[in-house]
Design a binder for this molecule. Structure first.
Ligand code: HAM
Length: 427
């Protein structure tokens, strides 16, 4: 019997939890300022929610979905992304009848049956935004602005923001005709996947990293020449806004992204530091037809998602420290014997009522071992409790990083503990 975790999944614990909370808190702070409200949707949906929105011929739907029948034979799928679920929720709860635009954000685990490697997992966490109900290019720029600001606030330096416009359905159709015309004589030079894509989803050939395919693409028609006047104007306005906001970007005409629902402006933020091939930290774009394709009114929308796991990997790789303000003083009580342990609960009660992060040793070990343990586990103060301390009420409190020692009269002046912590609190 195999009791290990399934391939492509991880347990998140220890310092990764600190990173994760830091990332999520940073996002929450920004999203509050930008007026986004949280939404939580189920981790699984009826399969058609994803197959209809993401596209039957995309890699995600054709190869990567965890799909299974429930006990009544209904097909369910673990969500591979958040956008389709959010649109389903908006339609089902008639949220569109509220004032538009609707600005929502979500944090959730996603599931894709991929070949696992560093930064690419089968269960991973995303943080995303969806902005529903406006076709104003300023809202595209706002999404890009948030994405950029988020990584800047986390402390990233070498990031590249790529933008492109893949046109609306009308202008993309014209481009695809020309693109196929161009590719037809070169078809045999393409890899087997791209030969299939040529038939089913030619735009995705731009995503292929194989040298033969990128060579073929070098002389390909450029989608920007095929944009209708409205798409062109919208894209220009997005870029103008980015300039005003002083956001550095790079137009990448090969950026297409892997979902059929995209229209118009799309974007991706990549790390030029991430060693692995999985260097896309986040991406998104406009999806003006998705809501009507899923049975709703003709409502435009845009959004993006960020990979939390990849962000953690990169922050650690780049030695980006978590801001100290997140670190509170922590106190560890070291009781020398069983009776002192019971006495220590009184001190814990006092400290916890004062909202001090604290704990005590539940196993009796040597003082040296306990101090090492406290240091390794992020405590900065210890308080020693033994027979003498219980008798006299005089506690010894130590700052284990600064090697300072204090005497505290527990019976008559317990507030001194809080004073010491307050003076030393890391902020
Ligand atoms: P996506 O580009 O597929 O977009 O995913 C967004 C981010 O999720 C990626 O940039 C990456 O950081 C992370 N990610 C994706 N797959 C994996 C994986 N297998 N393991 C670890 N991290 C991964 C979307 O999902 C769209 N729904 C974004 C969107 C929202 N577009 C409009 N609104």
């Amino acid at each position: 019997m195999d009791l290990s975790s399934p391939r492509g999944t991880i347990d998140i614990y220890g310092e990764d939890i600190d990173y994760r909370n830091y990332i999520i808190n940073t996002a929450r702070e920004i999203l509050e300022i930008f007026n986004y409200a949280e939404i939580i949707t189920p981790a699984f949906e009826y399969t058609q929610v994803f197959s209809r929105s993401i596209g039957e011929n995309t890699d995600i739907v054709s190869k990567q979905m965890y799909t299974f029948p429930d006990k009544k034979g209904r097909l369910l799928t673990l969500r591979p992304e958040g956008t389709a679920s959010i649109v389903r929720a908006i339609l089902e709860n008639k949220m569109y009848s509220e004032k538009l635009p609707l600005k929502l954000f979500y944090i959730g685990n996603m599931f894709r049956y991929e070949k696992p490697q560093k930064g690419r997992m089968r269960e991973f966490w995303q943080l995303g935004i969806e902005s529903i109900g406006s076709d104003n290019p300023i809202i595209d720029a706002e999404a890009i602005w948030i994405l950029n600001l988020f990584f800047e606030k986390l402390g990233f330096k070498k990031l590249a923001l790529k933008v492109n416009n893949i046109g609306c359905r009308k202008c993309r159709k014209k481009f695809l005709e020309e693109f196929k015309k161009y590719l037809r004589p070169e078809k045999n030079k393409l890899c087997s996947d791209c030969r299939k894509r040529f038939k089913e989803n030619p735009l995705r050939i731009f995503d292929c990293k194989k040298i033969d395919c990128t060579e073929v693409l070098k002389g390909s028609p450029d989608i920007s020449y095929y944009l209708c006047s409205e798409c062109k104007k919208n894209f220009e306005e997005v870029l103008k806004c980015l300039k005003i906001l002083d956001i550095k970007y790079r137009i990448d005409k090969n950026l297409v992204r892997g979902f059929d629902y995209y229209t118009g402006t799309i974007f991706e933020i990549i790390s030029e530091d991430l060693e692995s091939a999985q260097n896309a930290l986040g991406g998104g774009g406009r999806y003006d037809n998705l809501i009507s394709d899923m049975g709703g009114a003709d409502i435009p929308a845009t959004g993006f998602a960020v990979g939390i796991d990849r962000t953690i990997i990169l922050m650690k790789q780049l030695n980006i420290d978590l801001k100290k303000s997140d670190k509170k003083s922590k106190v560890y009580l070291i009781a020398m014997d069983k009776i002192s342990q019971i006495y220590s609960t009184l001190i814990l009660k006092y400290l916890r009522e004062k909202e001090v992060v604290c704990d005590m040793n539940f196993n009796i070990r040597s003082l040296k071992k306990e101090i090492t343990w406290a240091r390794d586990n992020g405590y900065n103060f210890i308080i020693i409790v033994g027979e003498d301390e219980m008798k006299t009420g005089n506690l010894t409190m130590k700052d284990i990083n600064k090697f300072k020692q204090y005497k505290v009269d527990w019976k008559n002046d317990k507030e001194k503990i809080i004073e010491i912590i307050g003076a030393q609190n890391i902020d």
